[in-house]
Design a protein around this ligand. Structure first.
Ligand SMILES: NC(=O)c1ccc[n+]([C@@H]2O[C@H](COP(=O)([O-])OP(=O)(O)OC[C@H]3O[C@@H](n4cnc5c(N)ncnc54)[C@H](O)[C@@H]3O)[C@@H](O)[C@H]2O)c1
Length: 328
C-alpha cells in the first residue's frame, strides 16, 4: 500500500489512465484501486505494457480494461466518456528508440496525445494530467533544471514531449480546459520492464545483477540523473488531479527528487544490494543523450504540495525486492 496523497472522497470519481498497463500507469492504477476509486478505466494497446502489471485488479468491479490504440481518435472519444480525471501516460518511451524510428514516436506521442487531449475536451473531463519528460530541457546547460528555462530538444522523443506541452497550453487557453503536465525525471520501480532493446538502466542493472551478468554502461558512467522512485511519480499525478490552488492548473512541473546520482553510483548500489562483484562493460555514449540532469522541484512543492517520500536508495531496495520476487 502506498502513502495517501489525497484527502478527498474518490469513491464516486471516474478515472481514465492511458498506458495503464505500462510501468508508471500500472502503479497509478494500483494506487487508485487500493484507495477505492469509483471507477478506473485503463486504455492500453499493450505495445510496451504488460497485462500482468494490472492482473490483480482486472477482476475488480470498479476496474475496466480496454485494449485500444490512442492513434484511433474514436477509441479515445469512447474512453473519455463519463470520465472525471484523465492521466495520460501512454507513449513510446526511450530516446534511442525515437532516434531509430522518429515516425512511430511522433504518431504515438504527438498525434496520439492530441487525440486523447481532444477527446478529453469533447467529453468535458474535469482535469487532464499528462506525462511530459525531463528530455524537454535538451541542450539547456544550467542545473538544476527549472520549468521556465528549456533548451533545444536533442531527440525526436524530446520534440514529441515538447509538442505535448505546446498543445496543452493552447488547449487550456483556447478551450478553457484544466491541464497539468508532469516532467518526469528517470522514474524507476516495480513493473518497469528489463526486456527489449530500449529498457531503462535500473531494470537492466537489476536483471544483470540477479543473473550475475555484466551489463553495459554507455560512456564513462559519470553522467548523472535525478532518479525518481515511481511512488513519487504516482504522488505527483494524484496531487495534480486534486490540487485546488487556482494557480496550480495549466502549469508544467518537474517530478523528481532533487538529487542526482551517476550511472556508476547506481550500478554500485545495485551490486551492493545483490551482493554481486560483476564489473560493468563500458561502451560508446548514446546519440541524443544529455550529460547531467537534476531537477529543481520547488514549483511542485509550492503549488501541488508534492514532497518526494522515497529517496533513491530506499527506492532501489524496494525495486530490487520486487525484481527478486518476480524472478522466482
Ligand atoms: N519511465 C521514465 O523514466 C519516464 C521519464 C519521462 C517520461 N516518461 C513518460 O511517462 C509515461 C509512462 O512511461 P512508462 O515508463 O510507464 O512507459 P511504459 O512503456 O511502461 O508505458 C507506456 C504504456 O503506453 C502503452 N502504449 C504505447 N503506445 C500506445 C498506443 N498507441 N495506444 C495505447 N497505449 C499505448 C504501452 O503499451 C505501455 O503500457 C510515458 O508518456 C513516458 O514517455 C517516462
Amino acid at each position: 500500500m502506498q502513502h495517501d496523497f489525497h484527502n478527498v472522497d474518490i469513491s464516486k470519481t471516474r478515472f481514465l489512465i492511458t498506458g495503464g498497463a505500462g510501468f508508471i500507469g500500472s502503479n497509478l492504477v494500483a494506487y487508485l484501486v487500493e484507495h477505492k476509486a469509483g471507477h478506473v478505466r485503463i486504455l492500453d494497446n499493450l505495445l510496451t505494457g504488460n497485462l500482468e502489471n494490472i492482473q490483480p485488479f482486472l477482476s475488480a468491479a470498479n476496474v475496466e480494461f480496454i485494449k485500444e490504440d490512442i492513434r484511433d481518435y474514436s477509441a479515445c472519444l469512447k474512453a473519455c466518456e463519463g470520465i472525471d480525471y484523465v492521466s495520460h501516460q501512454a507513449a513510446l518511451g526511450s530516446v534511442p528508440r525515437s532516434v531509430k524510428d522518429p515516425i512511430a514516436t511522433h504518431s504515438i506521442n504527438a498525434t496520439g496525445f492530441l487525440n486523447v487531449l481532444a477527446a478529453a475536451k469533447e467529453q468535458k473531463v474535469k482535469r487532464f494530467v499528462y506525462a511530459s519528460s525531463s528530455s524537454v530541457y535538451g541542450d539547456h546547460p544550467v542545473l538544476p533544471k527549472r520549468e521556465q528555462e528549456t533548451g533545444n530538444p536533442l531527440s525526436p522523443y524530446a520534440v514529441s514531449k515538447k509538442t505535448n506541452e505546446l498543445y496543452a497550453a493552447v488547449f487550456a487557453k483556447t478551450y478553457g480546459m484544466e491541464i497539468i503536465g508532469l516532467r518526469y525525471f528517470n522514474v524507476f520501480g516495480p513493473n518497469q520492464s528489463p526486456e527489449g532493446a530500449y529498457a531503462a538502466v535500473i531494470p537492466l542493472f537489476m536483471h544483470a545483477a540477479l543473473s550475475k551478468n555484466a551489463p553495459f554502461i554507455d560512456g564513462d558512467g559519470e553522467q548523472t540523473r535525478d532518479f525518481t522512485f515511481v511512488e513519487n511519480a504516482v504522488q505527483a499525478n494524484i496531487r495534480a488531479f486534486f490540487a485546488t490552488n487556482p494557480d496550480a492548473t495549466n502549469q508544467i512541473y518537474n517530478v523528481a527528487v532533487g538529487e542526482r546520482l551517476s550511472i556508476n553510483e547506481i550500478y554500485s548500489m545495485i551490486t551492493g544490494l545483490a551482493g554481486s562483484d560483476v564489473k560493468a562493460i563500458h561502451r560508446e555514449s548514446r546519440a541524443g543523450d544529455i550529460r547531467d540532469s537534476l531537477a529543481d522541484i520547488s514549483k511542485a512543492e509550492k503549488l501541488l504540495g508534492y514532497t518526494p517520500t522515497v529517496k533513491a536508495l530506499e527506492g532501489l531496495r524496494r525495486t530490487f525486492e520486487w525484481f527478486t520476487q518476480s524472478a522466482r
